[in-house]
Design a protein around this ligand. Structure first.
Ligand code: GLP
Length: 259
């Protein structure tokens, strides 16, 4: 795992966007895994700038998102499909038919999850997966206690995630946050060829510490990335503040990035 510690969220977002832009340039037909939440928004804006400046094109790119609230229609303004349309897809030249988000209204969630995984496989697998991290160390909606080999399935949110998500979304109303979701599994996520995880702010410092320097454990599902051989963490100084070896990681990632 490479940890890239940046002075600001803006710098980290630009560096992460550069990594994605380089892949899209090299392989215009690449398959991306995308994430929601407040964290990747600045990086998505950077990618939109690159498209506007004609540096890259998403015309042939295919995307699969990590998760969706169960019970929300794609048109609901708090659904992750809506979020992606507003924060990225409308701002770039991607074909909407090439973008995929789990259907939160699926009558048969198990079937929906199985066919989602099958579609990813048919597309050749995910070349690069974007991730955020929950304050309890979750990736996608894989809460503490989820098997590190889990597959895409129906999952249930912890009270702390419901609280976090209500604070940032749903107008602060916890009662409105769905308690269940459809989510790519930890095992599914770890099959991506490359992983780019973003983490900003002091509120993520414990989660980052657990992911990078804790033992690999289902108590912090992001720690599964320790076993991935091409995982990159782009964070600001606040999110990295609890890391024991932060100077070493900063030096190493500098060297690797430049090399
Ligand atoms: C939700 C999403 C995660 C995201 C997390 C953090 O739980 N399912 O994919 O990483 O929120 O969100 P934020 O970036 O707003 O802190």
């Amino acid at each position: 795992m490479e940890i890239v510690i940046c002075k600001s969220k803006e710098e980290a977002s630009r560096k992460a966007a550069d990594m994605i832009a380089a892949l899209v340039k090299k392989n215009p037909k690449c398959v991306l895994g995308l994430a929601t939440g407040s964290t990747p928004v600045a990086m998505y804006s950077e990618l939109a700038k690159d498209v506007k400046a004609k540096k890259i094109s998403f015309k042939q790119v295919k995307t699969w998102n990590l998760d969706e609230y169960y019970g929300l229609a794609p048109t609901h303004d708090q659904s992750y499909r809506y979020f992606m349309n507003e924060n990225l897809f409308k701002k770039i030249d991607i074909q909407l038919k090439n973008t995929h988000v789990l259907n939160g209204l699926a009558k048969n969630p198990e079937k929906e999850c199985k066919s989602y995984e099958a579609a990813i496989k048919r597309a050749g697998g995910i070349d690069l997966q974007v991730l955020g991290i929950g304050s309890d160390g979750h990736i996608a909606f894989n809460e503490p206690g989820t098997s590190l080999k889990s597959r895409t399935s129906m999952v249930h949110l912890t009270p702390s995630t419901i609280k976090d998500n209500a604070r940032l979304f749903f107008g602060g109303n916890m009662d409105e946050v769905p308690k269940s979701a459809l989510s790519m599994g930890v095992g599914t996520i770890c099959e991506a060829k490359k992983i780019v995880l973003l983490a900003f702010g002091a509120g993520k410092a414990d989660a980052v510490k657990g992911m990078v320097e804790g033992g690999m454990s289902q108590f912090c599902t992001a720690s599964a990335l320790q076993a991935h051989n091409d995982a990159w963490v782009f964070c600001d100084e606040a999110a990295a503040s609890k890391l024991k070896l932060k100077e070493y990681y900063a030096w190493r990632s500098e060297t690797v990035l430049k090399g």
